[in-house]
Design a protein. Sequence first.
Length: 330
Amino acid sequence: MNKNVVIALAVLGILGALFFFYNHYMITMNTETVVINIPDGSTADEISSVLKYGGVVRDSGIFYDLIKLRRADRKLQNGTYYIAPRQTLNGLLKKIVKGDTYRIKITIPEGMTCYHIARKLQEKGVVAYKDFVEEVMRSQAEGYLFPETYFFDIHKSSPALVVKTMTEQFEKMYGPKLQAREKVVGLTRTQVVILASLIEKEARTEIDRGMVSAVFQNRLKKRMYLESCATVQYAIALLFDPSGPWKQRLGIQDTKINSPYNTYKKIGLPPGPICNPGISAIKAALYPAESSAMYFVADSSGTHVYSRDFKEHLKNKREQKRIKRSIEAR
């Protein structure tokens, strides 16, 4: 046999063997996306075994050797990983070193209480309801759980971490410009957040938020009852079902409920926020509309009608009731 042919066949054989080895051992074996959880504190050897028995790598020893070769044994991160099919082991190792874990997307809308947030987090498998609420109460974070879209690793997210993430977002949004307004309106940060939580629940539009803020601040200055229905709704929810829907239609008896949050019976702001307000409500608390209005009543469009004295307020209430009856009669 020609010497060149022998060399060519040998080269092809070596290349074939290398291709087989690479394709068989240096590429993940899963044919579909696999979810792998790497526990906290896992060693390089334990991670290699998890990947083998999870159907990702054929030989745990080869992946272990790769970890050692890359000197990555102290850089490996725990968590839940989504591993796509046919990845290179190098790519897989980089993913684990980077901590590119699977994270659950969760959106917290404006106006949720910590109880509603806790229920949502539990439904998504992030943290337990009871543990989250206890952490919020311990850290006094109600009102500071900033409404935003977050991404959490279900195996890394402790209640403390989730609360810290949300409150840090609040601090980020509540910058120096807003902080400077506290002295202008004569409110502490705590009072701003409490007031903003009321505004969040009472108003829907930007104009309304500014006007509702003005009414509440005008009343605070005159030591009048705020008479916010939202505070009564919150007080009722605390008594019966904190994570459930709030009572929508309130009667006279509801406004007599014995609670420090009932602003029909207690002068001034309630003792704490009744929800976690968004940035628009916070800004409204710090930038109230220039108005001498002292009262407001909801109209049929979802906004409010404002008045400066009680007589005018009663007139507006009668008019809104008439409009409501007219609409219902159609």
